[in-house]
Design a binder for this molecule. Sequence first.
Ligand code: HGY
Ligand code: MN
Ligand code: MN
Length: 419
Amino acid sequence: MKKDDQNVQPLRLDGQTLVDQLQILASVGSDPRGGRTRLAASKEEGEGRDLLVEWMKELDLEVKVDSVGNIFGLLHGEEGGAGGSPLVLGSHIDTVISAGPYDGCFGVLSALAVARAFRTAGRTPSRPLVVAAFTNEEGVRFQPDMLGSLCFAGGISPEEALAVTDSHGVSLEESLKEIGYNGPLTSGFFAPGEYLELHVEQGPILDREGLSIGVVEGVQGISWWRVAFRGKANHAGTTPTALRSDAGYGAARTIVFLRELALSSGTTLGTVGTLSLEPGAVNIIPSKAVFTADIRDPSEERLAEADDKLKAFAEELASAEGLEVTLERLARFSPVVFSQSLCALVEETARELGLSSRRMTSGAGHDAQMMARICPTAMIFVPSRGGISHSPDEHTDRADLLAGAEVLLRTAEKLLAKE
Ligand code: HGY
Ligand code: MN
Ligand code: MN
């Protein structure tokens, strides 16, 4: 052991503080369904942001906020130490409607636990460590999803991102100003060395196979549409079927088509999560039907094919039924492949810790999907009980949470070791 190594304090994961903070953050925005709802840049998410910033400051991290509300907690590296590009560990703290306690928050608070381990050991990494919480990862309120990390990665300008409005016509900019997170820094104000994201799997694989760690090699592609059928309101009791321009029927047939398309492809997934009918009365044939389609596939080619088939079906049906149809693109991200060397490092670290692991692709979208555009990126998964997520029933056992955080800490320690 080198002389100066004798005084080096070991890094230790403070698991109790991590679990406590997860519970505290999980109580912010709690809703009557037993979940929590912290939609991007909402008042509730603002409370969660304030809590995170407070915890960052407790660790003496330098807190920076960019113009689209991405939050960064910076633990400086060695004085003049190469000043190498920072290792970024992060995720998001915005949620879907009635979310579970871990989606996103687990990655951000575990990243904070890594910074805490350095602080407690009195150690300075060879280069900066950054804890990141990105804006609007979920995309429930503003589309596209992963908007903050997309902007940070240069995939959309801050102006365009800030101009995006929610279903009430309120812009991201107004909302961020409202909660005090329309920061002074231009998004993408620093170039990360690597990005690592720890996340609950949100799917059934690790739980079913009894494995502790997922070494995530990439994320599948995602395509979001808003589909609007327009027809003619008319009397439910007097209008013969052949004379109807029934927008609701158009939507219903297309929703069924999406399921059939998914089943026939085998790898494509299709979800209709929102649906509205106007004027919305029991005895009026709907004049308007609007729904969203979430289509996913690990293959870019099959995803593009699904997009085309959905569009063709809707347009053909519309002309046959005397309807108009519009398909508005809300999000479209191709599948990404992560850094093989970072995956190998995660896998090696899991092995050294005696943890079982497997390589896998993420079914859910993540900020890592955007960060992979600008730096070597990888993700670490821990099991989700029953594969459930985007639900108050989301659960991961404490031992699995701490095992994942330990892998993140040890992988970061290797990446931040003195050069
Ligand atoms: O939709 C997703 O896959 C992610 O949770 N934003
Ligand atoms: Mn997430
Ligand atoms: Mn999510």
